[in-house]
Design a protein around this ligand. Structure first.
Ligand code: ADP
Ligand code: TRP
Length: 330
C-alpha cells in the first residue's frame, strides 16, 4: 500500500445489488480507486443479522465480487475482500462496545425503525450492535473517507463518536476519525414506489438482470392516474427522476417537454427508461456473466484483497490492544 489517503466501504451480501447501491456506493467507490488506496469488502458478518442460509450467503459474496469486477474494480489497485477474512474486526467491535453507550445505539435509525414497527422482542443483539461492528470495519483500516449513500451518514458519524470515546478513554490518538463521502445527486435513489430504493421495501430495479426481467421491474414504477393525452408534471415523477441519472441533459429536456405537452404516456416514458438502462448496463451484464462462474478467480481476488489489508490490521490491532492494556506489556 502507498501513503495515499484511504477510501473504505462495505456492502452487505443480502440479495442482488440495485440501482441505489450502484449509484450511491458501488460506482463512486470504484471511481475513487484511482485517487485513493481503496479498500472495499463484502459485509458477511453484518448479513448474519438477517441471513441464516450458509449457501445463500456464500453465493451472495461471489455475486457481489463479480459485480464489482464487472463495474471496473481493479484488483491490482484496490483491495476487495470478505469482512470475515479479517476476524479481528469482531475483536475491535468488543473494544469499541466497552466505550459505547447504549443511548447512542438506541438512536440508530435501523434500530429505531424496527422498534417503531413493533419488533422490539424479535430484534437480535446483532441488529442493536450493528453500528459498532461497522465502526470497527472503518477504524481497523485507519480509513480517511467512506463512500456511502445518505442512509449511512449516521453510521459514519457514530463511528467518529466511538473513535473519539476510545481515544479519550485511553488518552491518545489511537483511532483515526473518518469522513463520509456522499454524492449529492444520488444520495437517495428512488424505488418503484417512490420511496427510497431498498431491498427491504421490495421496490428495487436490479440493473444487471436480463432485459425481460429488467423491463418488468421498470414497468412496476408507480405513477399517478393521468391518461395518455393529459399533460403531466415531470418534476414529481419517479420515472423522470431515474431517467435523469443516466440520460443526457438534452434527452431529459425532451422527455420533460413531452410530459408537459400531453400525448405521451407513462408507458412510453418507462420504455425510454428501460432502453436507456439496458444500453448503459449491457456491457457490464456481459462481463458479470463471464466472471460469475469463475469461482477460482473470485476467490483469488478476495484472498489477495485480504492479504493486502493484513499489515494495516496488525498494526492497528497492536496499537489498540496495547492502548487498552491487553496482552503482555510490550
Ligand atoms: P438496502 O437499503 O437495499 O438494504 P444497503 O443497506 O445494502 O441497501 O446499502 C448498500 C450501500 O448502498 C450503502 O452505501 C447505501 O447507502 C447505498 N444505498 C442503498 N440504497 C440506496 C439508495 N436508494 N440511494 C442511494 N444509495 C443507496
Ligand atoms: N452498513 C452498510 C450498509 O448497510 C454496510 C457496511 C458494513 C459498511 N460495514 C461498513 C459501509 C463499513 C461502509 C463502511 O450498507
Amino acid at each position: 500500500m502507498t501513503d495515499r489517503n484511504r477510501s473504505l466501504s462495505g456492502i452487505k451480501p443480502t440479495g442482488e445489488p440495485h440501482l441505489g447501491n450502484y449509484l450511491g456506493m458501488i460506482q463512486p467507490a470504484i471511481e475513487l480507486q484511482t485517487e485513493y488506496d481503496a479498500f472495499y469488502f463484502v459485509a458477511d458478518y453484518h448479513a448474519l443479522t438477517s441471513v441464516n442460509d450458509p449457501q445463500k450467503l456464500r453465493d451472495s459474496v461471489y455475486h457481489l465480487t463479480a459485480y464489482f469486477l464487472a463495474f471496473g474494480l481493479d484488483p491490482e489497485r484496490a483491495a476487495f475482500f470478505r469482512q470475515s477474512d479479517i476476524p479481528e474486526v469482531t475483536e475491535l467491535t468488543w473494544l469499541l462496545s466497552c466505550v459505547t453507550h447504549m443511548g447512542l445505539l438506541e438512536r440508530a435509525h435501523a434500530y429505531k425503525a424496527a422498534i417503531d414497527r413493533g419488533e422490539e422482542k424479535d430484534i437480535n443483539h446483532g441488529v442493536f450492535s450493528y453500528p459498532v461492528l461497522m465502526a470497527s470495519d472503518i477504524l481497523i483500516y485507519d480509513s480517511d473517507i467512506v463512500p456511502v449513500g445518505a442512509d449511512q451518514i449516521q453510521h459514519v458519524e457514530m463511528t467518529r463518536d466511538m473513535a473519539q470515546r476510545f481515544n479519550r478513554a485511553f488518552g491518545g490518538d489511537f483511532l483515526k476519525l473518518p469522513e463520509h463521502r456522499v454524492r449529492g445527486e444520488v444520495a437517495t435513489v428512488l424505488g418503484t414506489d417512490g420511496r427510497k430504493m431498498s431491498k427491504s421495501y421490495g421496490n428495487v430495479i436490479e440493473p444487471l438482470l436480463p432485459p425481460k426481467k429488467l423491463r418488468k421491474q421498470i414497468m412496476k414504477i408507480e405513477t399517478d392516474s393521468a391518461g395518455l393525452h393529459d399533460p403531466k408534471d415531470p418534476d414529481s415523477c419517479t420515472i423522470v427522476s431515474l431517467y435523469k441519472l443516466f440520460a443526457t441533459p438534452e434527452e431529459v429536456a425532451t422527455m420533460k417537454g413531452r410530459y408537459r405537452e400531453g400525448g405521451y404516456g407513462y408507458g412510453h416514458a418507462k420504455q425510454a427508461l428501460f432502453e436507456k438502462l439496458d444500453d448503459t448496463f449491457h456491457p457490464y451484464r456481459q462481463r458479470y456473466e463471464e466472471v460469475l462462474g469463475d469461482h477460482d478467480l473470485l476467490e483469488s481476488v478476495l484472498q489477495e484483497g485480504a492479504k493486502k489489508v493484513r499489515p494495516i490490521v496488525d498494526e492497528v490491532m497492536d496499537r489498540v490492544r496495547s492502548a487498552a492494556g491487553l496482552g503482555r506489556p510490550g
